[in-house]
Design a protein around this ligand. Sequence first.
Ligand code: COA
Length: 253
Amino acid sequence: MAQADIGIQRQLDNGVLRLSFNRPERKNAITQGMYTALADALLEADAAPDVRVVVLHGSAEAFTAGNDIADFAAAPAAEGEHPSARFMRAVVQLGKPLIAAVNGPAVGIGATVLLHCDLVYAGSNATLLFPFVKLGLCPEFGSSLLLARRIGPQQAARLLLLAEPCTATQALALGLVTEVLAPAESLDRALAAAAKLAASSPDAVMSTRWLMRQSSVDETMARIGLENEHFGRLRQTPQAQAAFAAFLNKARA
Ligand code: COA
């Protein structure tokens, strides 16, 4: 069964829900509508017994360019829970395995979401970018906590403070991805892993996953709340506004 939302494609086959970014003309940059579609799909998947595993992917050329900067620069201060915050919560609280297949750029939230995936299959053309400081912002999605914990503070500072790109090979060496494959093979490999998990005992899979993650969920949610406060303040600053305008003006030129 396939269902298309704005920029997000959903497809459920044999217990594996595929959620794909489908906005190639903007390198799969994520709008508020796309965050809402992703959050809805994840919350529904969590409650649906026929969904065993979720696979998140883009195209062979791009995973996602992160927040849509035009949408982001134009969006008024959100009332209630922002769609991106709802998406983050749905990911962190998901009780089922989340697998990513990543090709090309994975920028901003496209890179930080990978820290929450159980398995990440990267095409050799994948590049992870955490451009927050360059944009006058701060890290989000718990990455200020999880990245340093995963790869150590020195390497985390290189990626988060200096915003240096991380190639697929470097990401493998740092333990940020499971495997590096030819770009045409990353999705197939992710789907094969998903099929294996979908064929396993759901109770065993979910219990194992819960045991591996439960101690950090509350801490991660608390850090996301803190990051969102700083991010919300920083996005209003002249430095951030100027960085958004520079990107948008270059895009128009
Ligand atoms: N928001 C809005 N539009 C975006 C976008 C984003 N995050 N990322 C790319 N686009 C648009 C570009 O403006 C361009 O539009 P145009 O065809 O009207 O000029 C189109 O998508 C294609 O992008 P382009 O930059 O030409 O592709 P590229 O392959 O040279 O580079 C990226 C790809 C992802 C490396 C580059 O687009 C980029 O750095 N994007 C910004 C990423 C970012 O800072 N995200 C925010 C994180 S908080």
